[in-house]
Design a protein around this ligand. Sequence first.
Ligand code: ZN
Ligand code: ZN
Length: 216
Amino acid sequence: MLSRDLSYLDEEKICPHCQKPMSCCEAPAIHVGDGLGWGSDVLFICLNDNCSLFLNGWEQIENQYGHHASYRYMELPGSKEGNCMMVGNSDAFKGSIIDKNDLLAQNTRYKKEKEAEEYLKSDGEEKKLEHILTLLLDEAASRSSRLLALAKLNEIKDLTCIDPLRNHTFRDADFENKVNLAIVAMLKRNYKKECPNCSEIIKAQAKNCMFCKIKF
Ligand SMILES: [Zn+2]
Ligand SMILES: [Zn+2]
């Protein structure tokens, strides 16, 4: 599977109690009622504080169960079946509203990671460097796919990949160290080195730098 199913992002749901659009929220890990999962990563919930179901719920639950809580109207994606979620306060679920744009961006990133990983595993040559850089520069990519990219860096002769790697801030110091070692090895294989003064790539045997003119 190359991407998660995000079809629910196109879904617009209206609360039958207040006619206001419902919010798409992350589903709690556990179904409070019976201990089972919802079978969905997201739930559509009416978070309108003026919704009649929510406003009337306080009194209803107080009378029926004697505790302080109310209801929010809920539907699962792709379903018209209405459910009531018990909530203890008006803020419940408001912290788990899904930012659709954020999720789409994440999904695009994830797709690119998986494509790059598949490509490198299949030993493709044409866009190898592009895919290696995608993974090495993606801090959110899995460690295993980034290590795969790092291993493939040993097969690259094109030194243009050094600049983007040098300019990237790696969050993981150990990984950064591995990348630096791979760069040095790559330069060596190509009889090149980086000038210790200006960092430009020069011949390994050079006695002075053709860019900054410093002598070694
Ligand atoms: Zn409502
Ligand atoms: Zn120099």
